[in-house]
Design a protein around this ligand. Structure first.
Ligand SMILES: *Cc1c(COP(=O)(O)O)cnc(C)c1O
Length: 373
């Protein structure tokens, strides 16, 4: 007899799909009259693009961004045309046929990619693209001199159907940073040379910089998944993920007992420890060693010593033994202590916590009214 996967799971990751749709609607209202796209790269920030994207499409989202062509092909299987799927990394000669076949929209990032795509479009007869202008990231996109050289040519009727002129903000999580205004200004100047191109500048945090950053469409990712788009202010987004790990063993220890690799934590008094089946191989980052905490029955339990590959240890001395027992659970991520808080514990950002979430977790997807789906 095989059991229920949730019963044998060492850890359970719950993902609130209805909450993601709610977050998208909040951002769409905020950005209005600009359109609201959705960024579902890196498998929807680790949460499962095949589950997330159809829910967003049902909520009204028509435009999706992924990073790679492989992600685009996988997404096309669950999002039939005419849902627009744009691929941020752009095309190279070996993959233009895939862009055409799966009706993916490449983001063209340099003169070489423009040439490759124009050649493909001429050969296959028509195709859409977005143009990426670098206004201050030095990462992807045409440099300003490249843009200035090409703008006249790009403004003329073209075999490429231009779906957007876009750029990306480097410091939108810091509203006072001068680069926000500088990038906005550079982008505004560039747009004047390509008036027919829909314009897009803002990701999650950019939406909260003000309506002059919204332009024709916005491209949030992180905020859809519950990360705070206004660091330092109350988070307007709904928390999307819950993670709980199963207690494998409970032990009583004496004062002076060291805990885990490197013996970096030494008990200052006798206590009770719970060993839980979640480790850095599950994306519970080793940098959270000695710093993170879990929760049992709403009470905080400190993580002691180093995070191992498959295990962590919590101090459950103050917890009712009927709760802190083998087979019981420690909450790792919940509404009170969410992904952003876990990121602070691990010295990183919520994006990294989400995209690191492990493959060994038993996943539960919740839809409307918390129902399983
Ligand atoms: C990842 C990405 C986004 C989404 O950013 P968030 O901060 O997650 O909202 C938008 N645009 C580009 C170009 C990106 O690379």
């Amino acid at each position: 007899m095989t059991g229920n996967p949730a019963d044998r799971a060492g850890a359970i990751l719950e993902i609130d799909l209805a909450g993601i749709a709610e977050n998208w609607r909040l951002l769409a209202r905020r950005a209005k009259p600009a359109e609201c796209a959705a960024v579902v790269k890196a498998d929807a920030y680790g949460l499962g693009a095949a589950r997330v994207a159809p829910v967003l499409a049902a909520a009204g989202c028509r435009r999706f961004f992924v990073a790679t062509i492989e992600e685009g092909i996988a997404l096309r299987r669950v999002l039939p045309y005419p849902a627009e799927i744009a691929v941020l990394h752009g095309p190279w000669p070996g993959c233009v046929g895939d862009f055409i076949e799966f009706r993916l929209v490449p983001v063209l990032n340099d003169p070489g990619q423009i040439a490759v795509w124009r050649c493909a479009v001429t050969q296959y007869g028509g195709g859409s693209a977005m143009l990426h202008l670098d206004t201050g990231m030095a990462r992807l996109g045409l440099t300003m001199p490249e843009f200035n050289r090409l703008a006249d040519e790009l403004s003329r009727p073209d075999s490429i159907r231009w779906r957007a002129l876009m750029s990306h903000l480097a410091c939108s999580d810091e509203p006072e940073h001068p680069l926000n205004g500088i990038q906005h200004q550079r982008f505004a100047v560039a747009r004047q040379r390509l008036p027919g191109f829909p314009a897009s500048l803002a990701a999650s945090c950019g939406i909260f910089l003000g309506s002059n950053f919204h332009l024709d469409f916005v491209r949030p990712g992180a905020a859809l998944y519950g990360l705070n788009p206004q660091p330092g202010c109350p988070n307007p987004m709904k928390q999307i993920v819950k993670l709980r790990g199963r207690i494998l063993q409970i032990r009583e220890v004496d004062q002076g007992q060291s805990v885990g690799y490197g013996a970096v934590h030494v008990m200052g008094s006798p206590g009770r420890l719970a060993t839980v089946g979640v480790g850095y191989a599950d994306g519970w980052l080793r940098s959270a060693s000695q710093r993170a905490s879990g929760r049992i029955g709403g009470k905080q339990v400190p993580l002691l010593g180093r995070v191992s590959m498959d295990l962590v240890v919590f101090d459950v001395s103050g917890i009712d033994p009927s709760l802190a027992r083998p087979g019981g659970f420690v909450e790792f991520l919940d509404d009170e202590h969410g992904v952003d808080a876990a990121a602070i514990d691990a010295g990183t950002i919520g994006y990294e916590i989400l995209t690191a979430l492990g493959r060994r977790y038993h996943r539960i997807y919740r839809g409307a009214n918390g129902s399983l789906c």
